[in-house]
Design a protein around this ligand. Structure first.
Ligand SMILES: Cc1cc2nc3c(=O)[nH]c(=O)nc-3n(C[C@H](O)[C@H](O)[C@H](O)COP(=O)(O)O)c2cc1C
Length: 192
C-alpha cells in the first residue's frame, strides 16, 4: 500500500521559508513513491481548543470547522512533517492552534485506547536570528507527536532566515529537507 506523508505548514507567509523546506521534504518523500499532501494551517478555519473534554467520551471534537478534514488525514498518514516559523521563541500560533485541537487524537489514543497505527514524524523550524532558540518549539512538537502516536525521528532547525523565501537560494538546506522526506518512507524496493 502507498505510504501517505502529510506536511503541515504553519507559516502564514505564502512561499515562506517553512513552506520551501516542507515542499522539499514532501518532494523527497514523493521521490520514494509516497503520496503526499500539504496542508497550509494558516489558511484554514480552525478555532482554539475550548477544553470542554467532549473528546474524552467519544474521541470527537465538539467544534465544527476545518479540523474535521484534518483529523482524518492525520490518522491516515503514515508520516507527518510539521514545518513552522519561530515566533517569540515558540511555534507559530497557527501551528499551536492545530496542535491543541489534536487533543481529540490524544484522547482517542490515551483515554479511549484506540491506538492509531504507529508513524514517523519530522519537525522543521525556521527563524530569523542566527542564534535563535528552537528548544521550546522542539520540545512542544515532540511531545505533541508522541502524544498522538507518532515517533519524532527527524528534525531540522535553521536560523538566519529573515527574508521571505530566502531559503530557496540555499541548496544544502533544501537538500537536507529533501533527505528528511525520503527518510520517512520505507524502502519497499530494497533487496532482502
Ligand atoms: C510574530 C513574529 C515573531 C517572531 N519571533 C522570532 C523569534 O523569536 N526569533 C527569531 O529568530 N525569529 C522570529 N521571527 C522571524 C521568523 O521566524 C522568520 O522570519 C522566519 O523565517 C519566518 O518563516 P516563514 O518564512 O516560513 O514565515 C518572528 C516573526 C514574526 C512574524
Amino acid at each position: 500500500m502507498t505510504t501517505l506523508v502529510l506536511g503541515l505548514n504553519g507559516s502564514p507567509r505564502r512561499e515562506g521559508n517553512s513552506e520551501f523546506l516542507l515542499r522539499e521534504a514532501l518532494r523527497g518523500a514523493a521521490s520514494k513513491g509516497a503520496s503526499i499532501v500539504q496542508v497550509d494551517l494558516a489558511f484554514m478555519d480552525v478555532s482554539p481548543c475550548r477544553a470542554c473534554d467532549a473528546c474524552f467520551s467519544d474521541g470527537r471534537c465538539s467544534l465544527r470547522d476545518d479540523m474535521d478534514q484534518l483529523y482524518g488525514l492525520m490518522e491516515k498518514a503514515d508520516a507527518i512533517i510539521i514545518a513552522s516559523p519561530i515566533y517569540f521563541s515558540g511555534m507559530s500560533s497557527h501551528t499551536k492552534t492545530v496542535v491543541d485541537r489534536c487533543q481529540a487524537l490524544w484522547a482517542r489514543r490515551n483515554v479511549l485506547k484506540e491506538a492509531r497505527a504507529p508513524g514517523d514524524g519530522a519537525i522543521i523550524l525556521v527563524a530569523a536570528q542566527p542564534n535563535a532558540k528552537f528548544d521550546n518549539a522542539l520540545s512542544e512538537l515532540r511531545a505533541f507527536l508522541i502524544g498522538i502516536g507518532v515517533r519524532p525521528t527527524e528534525k531540522m532547525t535553521l536560523g538566519g532566515l529573515d527574508r521571505k523565501g530566502m531559503v530557496a537560494d540555499m541548496p544544502a538546506s533544501l537538500e537536507r529537507a529533501f533527505d528528511i522526506g525520503r527518510s520517512l518512507v520505507p524502502d519497499i524496493n530494497a533487496s532482502p
